[in-house]
Design a protein around this ligand. Structure first.
Ligand code: HEM
Length: 555
């Protein structure tokens, strides 16, 4: 009001309406000037290459369910180089996007400079995964991480491996049942929906290896209760629209989802209590860390045992609440990311018959129920997995936030808009940094001139020498960032690798897998964060029709 009065007095006898318009226009102009000064002059990243204007990428982690829109990151890298700054609408948050191997290496190797992004933490909370490792910080996070690592060590996986093989044979039997019920399917004339069998396999892993349900639990309906709760949670989550989680609109969909995640938490806690009681009954109050077998009954029991041992100092233990809070992430990762990887395995086997034949040949010398060590010796299988994790990864982006201003050395010098060429950049505290895994995996210097092709041989013929076995980017496993790297990389990578090995072995030995000849399958990317989806004959699909033809000597 006082501004309107000021204009009225300044410009003489003008109407308050006109003064109001002038007032509005001049305030808008001032805000605009201030905004331009802040975003173009005061910003420390003003000279870094950047797509013009503002990105419409949403302010959330690409791991959440919303679909952002705008240009694709891949196009930006081609146009502006490997390290760019993106300005996010509407309030101009700067985010560095990088596929520079030097930058990636630094981020992975220096967890104290680049911690997990608060956006990822918020996304996890939105997904109902409160208090999980991704939201925890500092020492607490390291302790939770140690629990994950220890329960899924290579030694533990050796112990669990017969269960994986057994579950893969069960999946094979289910496929056989489906084939038996339809002669066209059995003769390979008609495809099946493999996704139900992939879900069945992963559910079996959750039930037997993660939770260790035995016959009694199954008879008492405990495993069914957990399965139904998980399914209800997944269904409610998949129905959410991005606006449902915003505090302004708490829609019925959101409330339904909220109820399902509360139910999941209740089931998780009940499960932990049961395990703790069982361990106390077996070991009394005197449990020692020596009693913790590397291959415990199941992964969650190993968590409890470790936490209940008398000779482990309290400072190294995590609270029961932390244990319970991390059950959903272990479940979600075993069911979501890993299930997607199982789909990709089936798709790659079906679309690359030559690769499938090579694997079958390698497996022919192995017993029907090989050990993990037997399969780990098959170099071509490891090459297949390395390739899968490299370019078929279910994770799109590694998200970090700079927690301490630091100078990051670059692999590829950058020419700034002021003409200067630099070999390093100063990243300021609070800046978000995203590493798009697939775009990094397309780097020809790291993975060879055909980097975007699926070709396991590259890991055996020296084509990936630029990646230096993954050390060029400080990778957790393999040659790529598929399991991320350093102290925030996937702490349990031995676990998915083990169950993927078992699944591939049994499927390749039991079936000739192919796709119908009239079927055109394309992997396409939607959204700026390049989320992968499949299209069959130009239509988006959630599963790819696949032909399974039994190999007679095996069944
Ligand atoms: C093939 C399947 C899997 C792939 C490709 C994968 C990949 C990854 C990647 C890329 C990250 C790093 C994310 C980031 O930096 O933002 C990660 C972290 C993590 N993964 Fe996995 N993962 C897989 C399966 C699993 C499974 C089955 C579990 C369940 C126990 C799991 C547990 C975790 C945890 C707890 C973290 C967070 C680590 C931390 O913040 O310190 N992952 N995973």
């Amino acid at each position: 009001m006082s501004l309107i009065a000021y204009y009225t007095s300044l410009l003489g006898n003008i109407s308050p309406g006109l003064a109001g318009i002038i007032c509005l226009a001049s305030s808008t102009l001032l805000i605009l000037i201030g905004w331009v000064v802040r975003t173009r002059i005061l910003t420390p990243y003003r000279h870094l290459p950047s797509p013009p204007g503002l990105s419409l990428k949403h302010n959330h982690s690409s791991l959440t369910y919303s679909t952002p829109f705008g240009q694709k990151w891949g196009d930006w890298f081609k146009t502006y180089g490997n390290t760019i700054v993106v300005r996010v609408a509407p309030y101009h948050r700067e985010e560095i996007l990088t596929i520079d191997p030097g930058f990636v290496r630094y981020v992975h190797a220096n967890v104290n400079d680049f911690e997990g992004s608060p956006r990822l933490g918020r996304a996890m909370v939105d997904m109902g995964i409160h208090g999980a490792i991704s939201c925890a910080k500092g020492e607490k996070r390291q302790k939770i991480r140690a629990v994950f690592e220890r329960s899924c060590s290579l030694a533990a996986m050796r112990g669990y491996f017969p269960r994986f093989i057994n579950l893969a044979y069960k999946a094979r039997d289910k496929i056989m049942e489906e084939l038996e019920s339809d002669t066209e399917k059995r003769s390979g004339k008609k495809p099946i929906n493999p996704s139900t069998h992939a879900v069945g396999y992963q559910m079996g892993i959750v039930s037997t290896v993660l939770f260790g349900f035995n016959e009694e639990d199954i008879a008492k309906g405990r495993s069914t209760e957990v399965r139904d709760t998980i399914m209800a949670f997944h269904k409610a989550r998949s129905e959410l629209k991005w606006w449902d989680t915003k505090s302004l609109f708490r829609t019925p969909r959101y409330r339904r989802y909220n109820r399902s995640r509360d139910q999941l938490a209740v089931v998780g806690k009940k499960l932990l209590r049961d395990k703790q009681e069982k361990i106390t009954r077996a070991f009394g109050q005197d449990l020692k860390s020596d009693d913790i077998l590397e291959a415990g009954d199941d992964i969650i029991s190993t968590w409890c045992r470790l936490n209940m041992s008398k000779d482990i100092p309290a400072s190294q233990k995590i609270s029961d609440q932390d244990l319970a809070d991390n059950v959903p992430i272990a479940m979600a990762a075993t069911l979501d990311v890993s299930r997607m990887m199982i789909y990709e395995i089936i798709h790659r086997l079906a679309s690359h018959r030559d690769i499938q034949d090579k694997l079958r040949k390698e497996f022919s010398a192995l017993p029907e129920e090989p050990s993990l060590d037997d399969l780990a010796k098959v170099a071509y299988l490891d090459a297949f997995l390395d390739e899968l994790v490299r370019i078929d990864n279910a994770y799109t982006t590694i998200e970090r936030t700079c927690t301490r201003t630091c100078v990051v050395p670059l692999h590829d010098p950058i020419t700034l808009s002021n003409g200067q060429t630099v070999n390093s950049i100063t990243v300021h505290k609070g800046t978000d940094v995203s590493i798009p895994i697939w775009n990094l995996s397309a780097d020809e210097r790291l993975y060879g001139s055909d980097a975007t092709e699926f070709r396991p041989e590259r890991h055996l013929d020296g084509s990936t020498k630029g990646a230096e076995g993954g050390t060029a980017i400080h990778a957790t496993w393999g040659s790529s960032a598929g399991f991320s790297g350093g102290q925030r990389g996937c702490p349990v990578y031995q676990y998915p690798l083990a169950f993927m090995r078992a699944f591939i072995f049994v499927m390749v030995r039991s079936f000739e897998i192919s796709e119908p000849t009239d079927q055109d399958v394309k992997i396409w990317v939607s959204s700026s964060a390049e989320r992968r989806e499949h299209r069959v004959n130009n239509k988006p699909v959630t599963w790819i029709p696949t032909i399974f033809k039994p190999i007679s000597q095996d069944v």
